[in-house]
Design a protein around this ligand. Sequence first.
Ligand code: PLP
Length: 408
Amino acid sequence: MLQDKDMTMASATDFYAHLRTELQGIRDAGLYKAERIIATPQGAEVRTTDGREVINLCANNYLGLSSHPQVIEAAHEALRTHGYGLSSVRFICGTQDLHKSLEARLARFLGTEDTILYAAAFDANGGLFEPLLGEDDAIISDELNHASIIDGIRLCKAKRFRYKHNDMADLARCLQEAEAAGARFKLVFTDGVFSMDGTVAKLAEMRELCDQHGALLGIDECHASGFMGATGRGTHEHRGVFGKVDIITGTLGKALGGASGGFTSGKKEVIELLRQRSRPYLFSNTVAPSIVGASIAVLDLLEASTALRDKLADNTAYFREAIQAAGFEIKPGDHAIVPIMVYDAVVAQKLAARLLELGVYVVGFFFPVVPKGQARIRVQMSAAHDRHHLERAVAAFAQAGRELGLVK
Ligand SMILES: *Cc1c(COP(=O)(O)O)cnc(C)c1O
């Protein structure tokens, strides 16, 4: 016994050697993710540490609020009036009037009853399922759902069903199977917008199917809150089911200001139980006052005017048209995420590298982030972009694309 154990026992030195081998494996597979370092605030143009100004087409800064003067001013103001941090979780001494205001404002904006804040949307999803559902219940999710949803579901004892991406017939099959398995409560959960393709969940059909089967419907609105729909409320507004989605999770770290923080929004019973039982809420620090104050200012801006989401929609329509006219193939749709299809991972990396030389900051996405043979450059439009940024970007794409033989 003891001998066997000795044979397999390895030292800490072996452990670190093992990690170096793993890292080399990632490099050898061409999958190593290097981080470029930016020396300016986030914006339409950023400067990298080597001193170059580049047009940024890969931030989730959809509404250009990451460096908006009113947002920065509100953060300063909250810092002055409410301090730097709370040094506490919410239920001990981490709840300020600002936190309660933001939760109420988010509920109003999203058309729900109440909202609970988290340190990140990853935590909102991670702490959503386990407190609400148990082994007698079923969670039915889209196969392309975000990693945080997948992890959150793993932490929950409910039976799991997965349907093919955005496939309503397959969702119906899952609902029937969940019923056949005797599930008590059924929750269907999907990304509102899928980040790699920019596809939008078919929420009207999903709502109808859920109603037929007595199921709840939940959506993750990280790539939607603030700009999808006529007044930017999200995918539920865009799809005509505003007020008819049971649970909404989202982030403050993308369109809604870009700092950090997440939330879950829904009926008051849901939110109340999450405050009692959701582990990332109970055991992680409260969101910093400056972020909370700035997020309230973001909602003030968005409720006062649709100018920013309108500009984003204009930019998106312009870019989708212009990049296709330059000879590139994109995934169809109308979301600010525009996947420019290259298919080959090596070519995608070459294209991204050449574009950076030409002053356009983009990132190539390839396996395992997207399926094998589906490599792409995913660009994201922003209300911070002016037409000249997009014209220069399209011209750079055309030049790099010609050099690589991708377009004529
Ligand atoms: C970005 C993202 C998250 C994580 O948001 P954070 O607030 O950064 O943790 C969760 N879900 C989806 C769909 C996302 O795109």
